[in-house]
Structure formats: C-alpha cells, structure tokens
Write a protein that binds this ligand. Structure first.
Ligand SMILES: [Fe+2]
Length: 134
C-alpha cells in the first residue's frame, strides 16, 4: 500500500511539473509519455472502458467548484481522492474520501481560475485528470 501511495503521489507531481514546463499546451497534448500512469478521457490507455466512471468533471458557480466522479463507492473499489490544481501546478484544494462517501467534492475558493485541472484517484483504476476552462 505504501508503494502504491508513493507511486500515485509521484505520478501527480510529475504531471503537474510537466504542466508548469509547458503551460501553453493542454495536458492531453503533451503527456503521452505518462500513458499507463495518468489517464484522461482522450488518453484512457488500458482503461478505455472506464472513461465515464473515472474521468472527473468540474462545474463552477461563483466561488464554488464542484468536482464529481461518476463512480460507485464500496470498501473494495472507490475513489480515494480529488484534487483541484491550478495551471501552474499549485494544488488549490483536495478532498480524501472514505468508501462510504460519494465521489463529490465542493470547494469554496477565494478566486476561481479561468482554467484548472481536476484529478480523481481510483484505488483500482489509477489516476485520472480532466481540464476545466470557463
Ligand atoms: Fe474504478
């Protein structure tokens, strides 16, 4: 479990670091080398049948950002965490889930960026990233 946790944390840091190095490109444009580590709706890799249930979505209403993953939650299979990440790689908000929770996060920010990333970690189907742009 420790190794998986470090792997996921490292994957996330690598993804956000690459975003900082290439701010003019989208995540999907420039992260094909992370295939098999980080998944998106455009690059679902081995989880191509899991896009709808794993790619997170975000909606913004004023200063409130709601992140959802349309994924069931059980002790054996659940969404572990959501993060909201700025284009510069700054983690703006995060929420860790328990299996009894719903995979929905509501974040109140002082200022909501025009574009950002949301991540969703499944304990079986790995890390997924989606982009939001207003
Ligand atoms: Fe899953």
């Amino acid at each position: 479990m420790i190794n998986r946790r470090y792997f996921l944390k490292g994957s996330f840091l690598a993804a956000t670091g690459l975003v900082v190095l290439n701010p003019s490109k989208t995540f999907a444009d420039d992260n094909h080398e992370y295939s098999g580590i980080i998944y998106t709706k455009d690059n679902p890799g081995k989880w191509s049948k899991k896009v709808k249930s794993h790619a997170p979505s975000a909606t913004v209403e004023g200063k409130k950002v709601t992140v959802k993953t349309m994924h069931g939650m059980s002790e054996a299979h659940y969404i572990v965490k959501h993060t909201l990440v700025g284009k510069d790689g700054t983690v703006l908000a995060e929420k860790t889930f328990y299996p009894k929770d719903k995979a929905v996060s509501v974040f109140e920010l002082d200022k909501v960026p025009k574009s950002f990333y949301v991540t969703s970690f499944c304990n079986i189907h790995d890390m997924w990233v989606s982009e939001y742009s207003s």
